[in-house]
Design a protein around this ligand. Sequence first.
Ligand code: FES
Length: 238
Amino acid sequence: MSVVTLTLDGRPVSAREGATLLEVCQESGVALPTLCHLDGLSDVGACRLCLVEVAGQRKLAAACVTQAQEGMEITTGSERLVRYRRQIVELLFAERNHVCAVCVANGHCDLQRLAASLGIDHVRYAYQHPALRLDASHPRFVADHDRCVLCTRCVRVCDEIEGAHTWDVAGRAAGCQVVTDLAAPWGESASCTGCGKCVQVCPTGALFEKEQAAGGMLSKHRDFLTYLKNAREKKEWL
Ligand code: FES
């Protein structure tokens, strides 16, 4: 295994060739905020929360999709980066209807946790208040698109782990949404196996079990994330 040496926040670190900057940070004990990344799934660089500065490059780099290279000098916590991350989280809140007090994921939501960790107590942008479709056609699950952050974890887990490819992304800009079976109602999907993996990996309350809405939830969610991480390490599904 080849090893590269780079500088992370001023200290030299070694990493295996091909590792992403996010992996280097995780292995070096440097915490980076993430939303679309999930151990066990491919990375797509959708949320941009893991942005880092690379010396000599004007553009910021998403750590989850940038490979470590020999001699790189990485900064992970500059004032500029913190400002961008706050801005991204605020824009996510403004874009759809994330009303934590009445959300099934309240207290177990990655977006809420990120906002708290970044000290966000208000949003400086105009709320868009979209009135998106709520799909409750599935016998067990609900998709509330007003709470979706388009991280595409559901799309990737359905494709890469379950192999069903029920979920996909349709539309552009403000019209962008995750859809099941070419935008057919979820309950009519011919490909959905009903496994619930998409629900388990959803970082917000966008996908949830009907049962969850009525009572206790996410211990199962946490169990599944542990399973996914272990399975990835053992490459169980390859
Ligand atoms: Fe890297 Fe979302 S975690 S872009």
